[in-house]
Ligand binder design. Structure first.
Ligand SMILES: Cc1cc2nc3c(=O)[nH]c(=O)nc-3n(C[C@H](O)[C@H](O)[C@H](O)COP(=O)(O)OP(=O)(O)OC[C@H]3O[C@@H](n4cnc5c(N)ncnc54)[C@H](O)[C@@H]3O)c2cc1C
Length: 533
């Protein structure tokens, strides 16, 4: 039997990030993935090959837009470009075509260019946006630091205080208190207070909603404030598709003597005397290592692979009680004949570079949320489109285009006896129709599509209830509360069993921070062990 220093269950980007850091530090790493392809929710697949489109289309089946990972330094530290990763800038990062009449707001990486665009559609908010970005930029300096280390009680407050001391007059008198108050407020209120134009309110609310919690949830203010960080990192898409990130990570692990195996679903973590010693696949194959890291969902890991017999009733219940929410959104991956031509911005040369936000007003989103709370799919979904074939010809080589359309809010559990397998096509059509409302040229331009309802997302990725962030990103499940206080520092009650996924601090999205932090904890502990042995 091969011997390994660490086994990682799951090949999502957080698990692979941990694997990369361990491999670079001399660990022999084995990654075991349930699916037939690696990457978890950072994965691209070729679809819809036909005589007319012999190359098919490269479709992301999870994430597409990489933002947060570019704020962490992970890509540079791991030197992932040496392993095949090449990023393409999405600039403007996002655009908001006005649903009634003409005009589009482009949010460029460059703040001044953004202000110029805002001045054409919402001149009343030019100053407000500048102040908003400055204010939240200061706060988020501290927040980002707290994200890149294991959480401590009061970590975010401590980081804010440290940043304040370090940067001297970073905040004017009273500003830091006001910052804390805004963080503790809801992002719906933060946006409403900060802007006057209905278009700016709708654009920023819709983008902030991508983190999951509803706009009136308390302590979500920074979901809107994170807009400030976009102007520092920009948004990017890997050439060839989102999955090229995880492919590069796999290449790094293999180049350092590790192995990454698909088609290896783990059924059980082997535990002896309260200590993890290995894993067993569904087919009964066993692998052993002194360190086991799970990148799978925390409930899958602790309730299925560990089990009540090792956790005890009270810890098992705590894990069971983690709030996973009730679904989030759904997505259609379309192969299309041409790009959408927006009525609001005909012939705009930039709009297809980034995210195209389609939510006509705050009230429109409130209506969709109203349907969601009744456990019904939205009558009119809020959507955002991404057209990567415009900036990356690799993904559609036969002269056609890709258009991914993400929509919210779609409950996983439905009322009135509705079942996702029965309604997925009709809900997908509603999403496509919103694009047609904005860009009438798209009528009849669909070549084929791959639909992902909340149930499809759960089935494919093991993302329970279709929550793309693993567990709810509500404040009571962030920082030292994520996923539960007893497991918030990447360790578990089972000795040598670690967690490394979006289930942990600082949460979901293409970020890598949880994987990075878990690796730091493991490396620190194993250094100590070597010292004493
Ligand atoms: C449709 C969709 C769109 C998204 N869009 C974006 C976006 O544009 N931008 C963004 O920032 N974020 C986006 N996200 C969210 C983001 O992709 C995820 O939050 C993040 O990738 C989670 O990474 P992870 O490594 O923590 O976990 P995961 O990617 O969930 O990885 C967990 C891995 O564990 C594996 N696994 C589970 N059980 C077992 C088992 N028994 N044995 C072995 N392996 C197992 C899974 O198959 C998976 O590979 C999106 C997600 C989805 C699903």
């Amino acid at each position: 039997m091969n011997s390994y220093d660490a086994i990682i269950i799951g090949s999502g980007h957080n698990g692979l990030t941990t694997g990369c850091y361990l491999a670079k530090n001399g660990f022999k790493v084995l990654v075991l993935e349930r699916r037939d392809t690696i990457g978890g929710a950072v994965c691209t697949e070729r679809m819809f090959e036909s005589p007319e489109n012999p190359n098919g289309f490269l479709m992301d089946v999870g994430s597409s837009v990489h933002i947060m990972i570019h704020q962490t330094g992970i890509i540079e530290e791991l030197e992932l470009t040496k392993y095949g990763l090449e990023y393409i800038d999405m600039d403007p990062i996002m655009s908001y075509p006005v649903s009634t009449g003409k005009g589009v707001i482009h949010f460029w990486k460059d703040v001044d260019r953004t202000l110029e665009s805002i001045s054409k559609v919402a001149p009343e908010d030019v100053k407000n946006y500048k102040e908003f970005i400055d204010f939240w930029g200061k706060i988020n300096k501290g927040v980002l630091k707290a994200f890149m280390t294991k959480p401590t009680t009061g970590g975010i407050i401590a980081e804010l205080a440290k940043a304040q001391i370090k940067d001297g007059a970073m905040f004017k008198k009273g500003e830091s208190t006001s910052g804390l108050q805004k963080i503790l407020s809801s992002y719906g209120k933060v946006v409403d207070d900060a802007f006057d134009s209905p278009h700016m309110k709708a654009a920023l609310l819709w983008f902030a909603a991508q983190s999951g919690p509803l706009p009136d949830h308390s302590a979500t203010g920074d979901f809107a404030g994170w807009q400030s960080m976009l102007h520092q990192s920009g948004a990017k898409h890997p050439k060839g598709g989102s999955g090229m990130l995880t492919q590069a990570m796999k290449n790094l692990i293999e180049a350092h003597g590790g192995e990454v195996k698909a088609n290896h679903p783990i059924m059980k973590i082997l535990i002896e005397n309260g200590e993890a010693i290995g894993v067993q696949t569904e087919e009964g194959e066993e692998f052993r290592a002194p360190i086991i890291v799970s990148n799978a969902h925390v409930q899958t890991t602790m309730m299925k692979m560990v089990g009540r017999e090792h956790l005890g009733d009270s810890m098992f219940k705590k894990v069971e009680d983690i709030n996973v929410g009730n679904g989030f959104g759904m997505v259609i991956r379309c192969a299309v004949e041409e790009l959408p031509q927006y009525t609001a911005a005909p012939d705009d040369p930039y709009i297809h570079n980034g995210i195209q936000l389609m939510a006509p007003s705050v009230q429109y989103m409130k209506n969709a949320i109203g349907d969601y709370t009744k456990k019904l799919p939205p009558e009119k979904p809020a959507v955002l489109a991404m057209t990567f074939s415009k900036i990356d010809p690799e993904v559609a080589k036969d002269g056609k285009h890709t258009m991914f359309v993400w929509a919210q809010w779609h409950p996983y559990e439905l009322a009135n006896g509705l079942k996702w397998d029965d309604i997925r096509e009709q809900e997908a059509q509603k999403i496509y129709d919103v694009v047609v409302d904005y860009a009438p040229n798209m009528k009849g331009k669909l070549i084929d599509w791959y639909i992902q309802s909340p149930l499809d997302i759960e089935r494919k990725h093991g993302l329970l209830k279709g929550n793309v962030m693993h567990v709810e990103m509500s404040f009571d499940q962030m920082f030292m509360f994520r996923p539960i206080p007893e497991m918030s520092r990447y360790e578990t009650p089972i000795k040598n069993l670690y967690l490394s996924s979006a289930s942990c601090h600082p949460g979901g999205g293409v970020f890598g921070a949880a994987g990075h932090n878990a690796a730091q904890v493991i490396l620190k502990k194993s250094k100590k062990k070597k010292w004493f042995s």
